[in-house]
Design a protein around this ligand. Structure first.
Ligand code: SF4
Length: 314
């Protein structure tokens, strides 16, 4: 069996920064340490931190007064920050700067009096955070039908923004519906779907047609990982999403001669390597070498963490 490795795959700059943030804090101050929401949407990343004593919470009220809390890569709403302030928590913000960019746009447009159509998945941590920047001005749209159900007038200043991890094709279908219904609706100044999402989707789109099966390493609540399976399937290649090698099933590989392996932006590379090793062992897989693409993106650790490190090493 031939194994094609997609490139780029796996960790993006935002995930690297968020994971490094929690690891640095564990090393610096140790537990107890709280993280609001999963730091990134990956079961293994979260489990590994839990084993180091980190506590993940879905409500700020679960963090004892005065303790340290990290905000996840997906960002938080101003209401969450206010709640944390009220509890006198030390806040370390590991929001990906590309998510922060969308928050800034939402705030700015709302201040200008615009109505905002936010293209994204309702209930996703990132969308909840962005929505919370200007709930009175934002309408979340998940489909062209949602767009049809809105009723803005030609006098409303309209702009659309998007979640960073959408399928580019799916987002375009919704954006087309917006443009058709509201030709006066403005686009964001720069694409909101991030470079990492775009590059990983592009690689799958190019390579899936040469494969009989696509394996996407990632968790089921990882938006960008799920999108990679959908892209492969849309192009006619069945896809399976799996957290690790223990989920590999022999029946997936019946009459599979070529398998494409990729990973969502929050999936650790050691899990990908374990799966490749297992494919080599079980099915005499041969890995086709692929050029690795340097995406040239790196994000600095949060300022509050850098200040804390500086103070503690003085
Ligand atoms: S997927 Fe994109 S927006 Fe999300 S953390 Fe990675 S770089 Fe940031």
């Amino acid at each position: 069996m031939k194994i094609i490795l997609a490139s780029p795959r796996g960790f993006c700059a935002g995930v690297h920064m968020a994971i490094d943030t929690v690891q640095e804090l564990v090393d610096l101050i140790g537990p107890p340490l709280w993280v609001f929401h999963e730091i990134v949407h990956n079961k293994h990343v979260v489990d590994r931190f839990v084993q180091q004593g980190v506590t993940f919470v879905d409500s700020i009220d679960e963090v004892p007064n005065g303790q340290t809390v990290v905000f996840s890569a997906h960002g938080v709403s101003p209401a969450v920050r206010q709640r944390a302030e009220a509890r006198n928590l030390r806040m370390i913000d590991a929001t990906c700067p590309l998510v922060t960019k969308v928050h800034v746009e939402a705030r700015r447009y709302a201040k200008q009096g615009c109505k905002i159509l936010l293209v994204g998945h309702a209930g996703h941590d990132e969308v909840e955070g962005t929505f919370g920047e200007a709930p009175e001005a934002i309408t979340i749209v998940e489909s062209p039908e949602d767009v049809q159900a809105t009723s803005f007038s030609v006098n409303d200043q309209l702009v659309y923004l998007t979640q960073t991890t959408l399928s580019i094709d799916d987002a375009n279908v919704i954006i087309d519906a917006i443009k058709q219904k509201y030709p006066h609706c403005k686009a964001p100044p720069k694409e909101d779907i991030c470079y990492a999402t775009t590059n990983r989707q592009q690689a799958v789109r190019e390579l899936a047609k040469s494969a009989d099966l696509t394996l996407v390493v990632g968790s089921s609540n990882s938006s960008n990982s799920v999108r990679l399976t959908e892209i492969s399937e849309t192009d006619g290649t069945p896809a399976q999403l799996l957290d690790d090698k223990s989920e590999l099933k022999d029946e997936w590989f019946e009459s599979v001669e070529t398998v494409l392996v990729t990973a969502g932006a929050s999936a650790p590379d050691d899990l990908v390597q374990d799966i490749i090793d297992e494919l080599v062992k079980r099915y005499s897989g041969e890995v086709e070498p692929s050029a690795s693409l340097d995406e040239g993106m790196q994000f600095a650790l949060p300022v509050t963490l850098r200040v804390m490190k500086h103070e503690m090493t003085q």
